[in-house]
Design a protein around this ligand. Structure first.
Ligand SMILES: [Zn+2]
Length: 59
Protein backbone atom coordinates (compact mmCIF):
# COMPACT_ATOMS: atom_id res chain seq x y z
CA UNK A 1 0.00 0.00 0.00
CA UNK A 2 1.49 3.33 -0.97
CA UNK A 3 0.02 6.75 -0.58
CA UNK A 4 -0.63 8.96 -3.59
CA UNK A 5 0.20 12.03 -1.51
CA UNK A 6 2.75 11.23 1.17
CA UNK A 7 3.14 13.93 3.82
CA UNK A 8 -0.10 15.67 2.86
CA UNK A 9 -2.65 16.31 5.55
CA UNK A 10 -6.27 16.26 4.43
CA UNK A 11 -9.02 18.17 6.17
CA UNK A 12 -12.76 18.00 5.68
CA UNK A 13 -14.07 20.94 3.64
CA UNK A 14 -17.11 21.22 5.86
CA UNK A 15 -16.10 20.42 9.44
CA UNK A 16 -12.30 20.62 9.06
CA UNK A 17 -11.80 17.27 10.73
CA UNK A 18 -8.40 15.65 10.09
CA UNK A 19 -9.26 13.06 7.45
CA UNK A 20 -5.94 11.19 7.64
CA UNK A 21 -6.83 10.21 11.20
CA UNK A 22 -10.25 8.81 10.31
CA UNK A 23 -10.89 5.09 10.29
CA UNK A 24 -10.07 3.53 6.91
CA UNK A 25 -8.86 6.71 5.23
CA UNK A 26 -7.01 5.95 1.99
CA UNK A 27 -5.71 8.70 -0.29
CA UNK A 28 -5.80 6.32 -3.27
CA UNK A 29 -9.54 6.96 -3.28
CA UNK A 30 -10.68 9.96 -5.29
CA UNK A 31 -13.28 10.97 -2.77
CA UNK A 32 -13.50 10.45 0.96
CA UNK A 33 -16.71 10.70 2.94
CA UNK A 34 -15.98 12.39 6.25
CA UNK A 35 -16.89 10.08 9.09
CA UNK A 36 -17.80 13.08 11.26
CA UNK A 37 -20.22 15.00 9.01
CA UNK A 38 -20.64 12.71 5.92
CA UNK A 39 -19.40 15.43 3.55
CA UNK A 40 -17.77 13.95 0.44
CA UNK A 41 -14.32 15.45 0.04
CA UNK A 42 -12.36 15.32 -3.18
CA UNK A 43 -8.85 13.91 -2.74
CA UNK A 44 -6.85 15.45 -5.54
CA UNK A 45 -3.81 17.58 -6.18
CA UNK A 46 -6.09 20.59 -6.86
CA UNK A 47 -7.08 20.57 -3.22
CA UNK A 48 -3.60 20.76 -1.74
CA UNK A 49 -2.66 24.02 -0.06
CA UNK A 50 0.78 25.06 1.12
CA UNK A 51 -0.44 25.84 4.58
CA UNK A 52 -3.49 25.81 6.78
CA UNK A 53 -3.60 29.61 6.40
CA UNK A 54 -3.85 29.30 2.61
CA UNK A 55 -6.60 26.75 2.99
CA UNK A 56 -8.64 28.89 5.36
CA UNK A 57 -8.01 31.99 3.27
CA UNK A 58 -9.37 30.30 0.14
CA UNK A 59 -12.88 29.94 1.52
ZN1 LIG B 1 -16.49 16.58 7.94
Amino acid sequence: MSERFPDVDWFCDRCHDHLNAQDGFDDNKYTWKCTSCSHKNSISRDNIYDSREDFLGSE
